[in-house]
Write a protein that binds this ligand. Structure first.
Ligand code: FUB
Length: 327
């Protein structure tokens, strides 16, 4: 069964991708990547995604109208340790301060996670001088538990470099495991009280098949690739993610923020463009999927446009799949 509601675009004028949405102060905010025409040829390591800043958006009505652009919230030139490629960010709130977590390559071309802080969701954000200690790879997102503790999820293989960190040290030759071996997992760690460090050693986010076996590296239709995002609904924890080279947004369900999670299905079928990336948020009693595609740029995969669609759940908690090609 496929959802009948159709996604709609949230802005025009510039290209935006990887939308991470949160409700702050009763308002919907979106923290996307800002795609630009870089002129860098496309390759499997994503060099063509050469983004240099972040804009923040708010959305008055998720069912109508465009999002409001609050302008540049953080520029790569103001991140002292940055080399190139500002990829997908997310913003968490604690005690009235806003913490932006973002991946960027350092001057040695290795991805780490940076933190920048603001007094309001719109920014401007002030970058810390160094990356988060012990951080690596891409696509951070933060989930706030009911007790106020906050968990950061991150990781992405291929251009996201997660396969280079399997030993805990950076190995430029690290590659995906053999097809019949357990897949590389996203990472999760509780954040420290000041939001600036991991409060614990990062753990693997293990996804099991319905028989209880970890998904294997060769299971490209179900294994984690990038874009981890967590939400909770009716006591169940939904770990959601992109399968990358099979272009699906999938979900797996668990009973705590660490997992393990059991694979449960497809949220969004492939869109126009190579990447797919998202967030899922409840607002005024409805659930919304934020995502992107490359249709407005004529399929240029590095020039994406963010979209929104309401999603629905069945009685058993499963998600009704959205058609990524619907227009
Ligand atoms: O936007 C650059 C990268 O493309 C993101 O980090 C990935 O998740 C993919 O959407």
């Amino acid at each position: 069964m496929i959802m009948e509601k159709k996604p709609r675009y949230l802005i025009d004028g510039i290209y935006t991708a990887d939308p991470r949405a949160h409700v702050y102060n009763g308002k919907l905010y979106i923290f996307p990547s800002h795609d630009i025409i870089s002129g860098i040829p496309e390759n499997d390591l994503g060099d063509h995604f050469d983004m240099r800043d972040f804009h923040v958006y708010s959305l008055d009505d998720p069912d109508n109208g465009l999002a409001t652009d609050h302008g540049v919230a953080l520029d790569i030139k103001d991140v002292p340790w940055a080399g190139r490629q500002m990829w997908s960010n997310d913003v968490a709130e604690k005690d009235g301060k806003y913490y932006m977590y973002f991946p960027v390559k350092d001057k040695q071309d290795i991805f780490h996670l940076g933190i920048a802080i603001a007094d309001q969701p719109e920014g401007p954000y002030l970058s810390l001088p160094e990356p988060m200690k012990g951080s690596f790879s891409i696509d951070p997102s933060v989930y706030k538990e009911d007790d106020g503790s906050q968990y950061i999820y991150w990781g992405g293989i291929w251009g996201g470099q997660l396969q280079r960190w399997q030993t805990g040290e950076y190995d430029p030759n690290g590659s995906e495991p053999a097809d019949d071996q357990p897949a590389i997992c996203a990472k999760v760690a509780r954040l420290s009280d000041n939001m600036l460090d991991y409060a614990e050693t990062p753990k693997d986010v293990v996804i099991l098949d319905p028989k209880g076996k970890p998904l294997t590296a060769g299971d490209h239709n179900r294994r984690f690739f990038e874009a981890p995002w967590m939400f909770k609904r009716e006591g169940k924890y939904y770990f959601t993610y992109s399968t990358g080279n099979t272009h699906l947004l999938c979900y797996a369900i668990g009973d705590n923020p660490y997992g393990p999670f059991t694979y449960a299905g497809v949220i969004l079928t492939p869109v126009v463009g190579w990447t797919t990336h998202h967030s899922i948020v409840e607002f005024k009693g409805k659930w919304y999927l934020f995502h992107h595609d490359s249709r407005p740029s004529g399929g240029r995969t590095w020039l994406r446009s963010m979209k929104i669609v309401e999603i629905e759940f069945r009685e058993d908690g499963s998600i009704i799949t959205v058609d990524g090609m619907a227009e």
